[in-house]
Ligand binder design. Structure first.
Ligand code: SF4
Length: 149
């Protein structure tokens, strides 16, 4: 899936030069509405798309400097991006912030699933640990790929 290479910068309010990362994104023009969920909707569908996006870090980076940008970018709502900005100002790498956010989201999802299915605490903790390891691996790989590029 791809969002139009013009749609993201328009959403970000940066319509002049199109950065190269827009050539490789996971969202599509048809899905654009998902990235602007109504009040009370956490936008999980859009966030899931962002998690699979090869340009996630660059996309998130592109909007962090402008708190007026609305919608989900890089898997973060405008509200959650304020936290990203604060954590980054404290010296935390963006990749780590993203990975930690994904772990937290997975934990919430796992808790919901466990409540629904009666999974034990031990099984739930193991699933969390597996998720955390997977996300750390993905973040490391993304960092290495960026460094090699
Ligand atoms: S991170 Fe999300 S909003 Fe940004 S380009 Fe990728 S899929 Fe689209």
């Amino acid at each position: 899936m791809r969002l139009s290479v013009r749609a993201v910068p328009r959403r970000a309010g940066v319509a002049l030069e199109l950065p190269g990362w827009l050539d490789d994104v996971a969202c599509t023009p048809e899905a654009a509405g998902l990235f602007f969920p109504p009040d009370g909707d956490p936008g999980d569908e859009a966030k899931a798309i962002c998690r699979s996006c090869p340009s996630r870090v660059a996309c998130l980076e592109s909007v962090l400097g402008d708190p007026s940008v609305e919608g989900i970018f890089g898997g973060f709502t405008e509200r959650s991006r304020r936290r990203v900005v604060r954590e980054r100002a404290a010296g935390r790498p963006l990749e780590d912030i993203i990975a930690a956010s994904d772990v937290a989201a997975d934990q919430v999802r796992a808790s919901q699933l466990a409540r629904d299915s009666g999974v034990t605490d031990l099984e739930r903790n193991r699933a969390r640990q597996r998720n955390a390891r997977r996300l750390q691996r993905e973040a490391r790989t993304a960092t290495q790929e960026e460094a090699a590029a």
